[in-house]
Design a protein around this ligand. Sequence first.
Ligand code: CO
Length: 212
Amino acid sequence: MNSLDELFARNRSWADERRRDDPRFFERLVRQQSPDYLWIGCADSRVPANEIVGLDPGELFVHRNVANVVVHTDLNCLSVLQYAVDVLDVEHVIICGHYGCGGVKSALRNERLGLIDNWLRHVQDVMRKHHAQLEALPDDGSRQRRLCELNVIEQVLNVSETTIVQSAWDRGKSLEIHGWIYDLSDGLLRDMHVAVRSQGEFQEIYQRMLDR
Ligand code: CO
């Protein structure tokens, strides 16, 4: 059996198992999805969104890209956000970064990897914005960790500033933008306590996040 056949075999036993646990599982999912959360995370294979928060198919709407970046001209990410907020009516958007992020590390080291360098320019912009704070740290390891955190904070800012989120708040929709970080070394999520619920509290929370 080659490795791709192996994936189909695993898929069949996964589907069988789901049906054994809950005979109407797929029937229900076909009718509708009603996730309560949108997860925007890194594409890294070690950070599987549903799995680390223990959610089933249908419970988490997911967008992943390298280094969990939200760019205001990225039609792909913006479409996911708009669909999640306006159509699926999710009330929580979670930006989840992770320590040990290869994209963040490459950005910090200014590595030359190819096309991806252009995408990681966005992380380098975060780095340049917080240059003084990063330079004050004692070593490369702590700079990497802090840049992973700062990148999450900046993406919370980016999500909050989209017309999608601004319009949702304007019409009184309940919508919170969260910044979390996942640690590969212990499998645990940490809340960065940056839940932004409205335009008004945003600037204050942003400043507090950066000062800590
Ligand atoms: Co990553």
